[in-house]
Design a protein around this ligand. Sequence first.
Ligand SMILES: [Zn+2]
Length: 209
Amino acid sequence: MNIEIIPVTAFQQNCSIIWNDEKKAAIIDPGGDAPKLIKRIDALGLDLQGILLTHGHLDHVGAATKLKQYFNVEMMGSNSLDKILFAALPQQSRQFGVFEIDAFEPDHWLDKEGEILNIAGFEFEILHLPGHAPGHIGFIEHNEGIAFTGDVLFKQGIGRTDLLGGNHTDLINSIKQKMYQLPDDMVVLPGHGPHTTIGQEKLNNPFVK
Ligand SMILES: [Zn+2]
């Protein structure tokens, strides 16, 4: 898997562009800065197959509609429990004082725990990881040993739970019962900040005991 991480928006959200050796590609959490992302995907000569969304927060989905229109691809995820967040995107924009975007819904909700999403030559297992957002999901690529899990688990940190639909107990359960069951050498690419591994977080994360 080829990966390029492009931090987007004032929140420095880690948007990931991934592609295989045939240049089939997907983009995960395009939170904003659509022109920059489009330019980069075109410059790399990639054949974009779809847009994957971990959860319905503005800084993760803000450029999704523009990318969908430009590349004529579909959006997949998050879990439909995030409907309230997608509906509240205009309020989210005002709350954070950033660019205003219209409400939308993804083309496909990913509601089935453990279902496999095949895209761009990769196989992602879908895990429901509520707590930071009610419909938050993770995209786990077991063959590549890499997990795209948004704002659930950070390097020595965890996602905030004070936003709409957030729940601290759910978040800790998502980490302990699902993420910490993944192999220790699984690389975690979070929505913000540096990457880590499951093993490192089990040892060092001060918020999950
Ligand atoms: Zn978030």
